[in-house]
Design a protein around this ligand. Structure first.
Ligand SMILES: [Zn+2]
Length: 134
């Protein structure tokens, strides 16, 4: 290992590196930067630059517990959105096979095979029973 590599290696010891929040910040910064440059928005450029700087700060920070706490907060907000989008994708992919609808009582997602006719459905979440035509 040469002197430069060795010094770089020592510099990165004990630093956090990337996590989900940093990655999300970088992606948002790139998108915001592109939109700002297309529409000439100064506030977008400033915000994008701030996101870059904050991402860099997070990656190089040695205060790992604080960065971990921030990342956990981010994941608590992002995970439900991510789950909803994944489920929406599955519903869209299977839209010709199943009819998706909400339970009239608890609003949970339910599905019935298409072209099955009218069925008496019992919600698995709340136990409500109702008729549904698919
Ligand atoms: Zn229900």
């Amino acid at each position: 290992m040469n002197k430069f590599q060795n010094s770089m290696y020592r510099f990165f010891i004990g630093r956090r590196g990337t996590d989900q929040l940093t990655f999300a910040l970088l992606i948002t910064a790139v998108i915001l930067s592109l939109i700002s440059s297309i529409f000439g928005l100064l506030i977008g450029s400033i915000l994008s630059t701030a996101m870059w700087i904050y991402s860099l700060f997070r990656m190089l920070s040695k205060n790992i517990p604080a960065r971990e706490k921030e990342n956990q907060w981010f994941l608590s907000k992002y995970t439900p959105v991510s789950m909803y989008l994944k489920q929406a994708k599955v519903r869209f992919q299977n839209r010709k096979v199943y009819l998706y609808y909400h339970c009239p009582q608890c609003k949970a997602w339910l599905k019935l095979p298409r072209h099955i006719g009218e069925k008496t459905v019992t919600c698995g979440k709340c136990g409500a029973t109702f008729k549904k035509k698919a």
